[in-house]
Design a protein around this ligand. Structure first.
Ligand code: MN
Length: 202
C-alpha cells in the first residue's frame, strides 16, 4: 500500500498573483511529490509500511520522519488555499483568535513575525489543544505540532522553495500576502473537528 499524492484541488494558476503557476508546479509537482516518492521507497523495508502518515510522524525518526512529515505538511498547506479567495475570518475560530491574541490584526502580525524569525527552513503553525486554546508554533525543517500532541490548524511554509521564484529573499512580503488567498472556512472546519484529530496520531 503506497502513499499517493492527492490531486491538487485547484489549477496551478489559481493563486496568481500571490503564488505563481511556476511556483505551484515546482512546489506541488516536484517538491511535494518527491517527499511522497522518497517516503514510499523508504517504507518498502520498514515496520511503518501501511501505517497512516500521522502515526508514522509521531513514531519515526530520521529520513522516514522527514519525508512523512513533509508529505503531510504540504497536503495540509495546499488544502487551506482551496476554494474561496479573500474569505473573512468568522465563526468559532474568530472568537478564539480574538480571545487568545487580542485581535485578528494582532494575530496576523505575530504569526508573520514568528515565521520571519525561523532561522533557515521550517513552518509556522497555528495549533490548538483539545479544549481549543490557540498557540503559534515555530517549527524547524519538517517539524509539526502533532509531535507535541497539539492539533494543527493553519501553516505557512517558510522553506525558500515556497517563495523564492516569486519573492526572492523577501519572506515577509510573501507571508503577509498569503492571508488574501487563505480560506478561513477550512481553518474553522479543522478547529471544530479538533477533538477527532488526535485519535489518528496514536
Ligand atoms: Mn514546501
Amino acid at each position: 500500500m503506497k502513499n499517493i499524492i492527492p490531486a491538487l484541488q485547484f489549477s496551478e494558476d489559481a493563486l496568481i498573483p500571490i503564488i505563481s503557476a511556476k511556483t505551484i508546479s515546482y512546489h506541488y509537482g516536484k517538491h511535494t511529490k518527491a517527499y511522497f516518492d522518497n517516503l514510499n521507497k523508504l517504507l518498502e523495508n520498514s515496520p511503518f509500511k501501511g501505517k497512516e502518515l500521522e502515526e508514522i510522524i509521531v513514531n519515526s525518526k530520521g529520513a522516514i520522519f522527514n519525508n512523512a512529515s513533509q508529505a503531510w505538511n504540504h497536503i495540509f498547506y495546499f488544502e487551506q488555499f482551496a476554494g474561496e479567495r479573500n474569505s473573512k475570518l468568522g465563526g468559532t475560530i474568530k472568537l478564539a483568535i480574538e480571545r487568545d491574541f487580542g485581535s485578528e490584526i494582532g494575530f496576523k502580525e505575530r504569526f508573520v513575525m514568528e515565521g520571519i524569525n525561523i532561522f533557515g527552513s521550517g513552518w509556522v503553525w497555528l495549533s490548538c489543544d483539545v479544549e481549543g486554546n490557540l498557540e503559534i508554533d515555530k517549527c524547524q525543517n519538517a517539524d509539526n505540532p502533532i509531535l507535541f500532541r497539539r492539533i494543527p490548524l493553519l501553516c505557512f511554509d517558510v522553506w525558500e522553495h515556497a517563495y523564492y521564484l516569486d519573492y526572492q529573499n523577501q519572506r515577509t512580503e510573501h507571508l503577509s500576502a498569503l492571508w488574501t488567498i487563505l480560506n478561513w472556512d477550512i481553518i474553522e472546519k479543522r478547529y471544530k473537528n479538533r477533538t477527532l484529530f488526535l485519535d489518528k496520531c496514536l
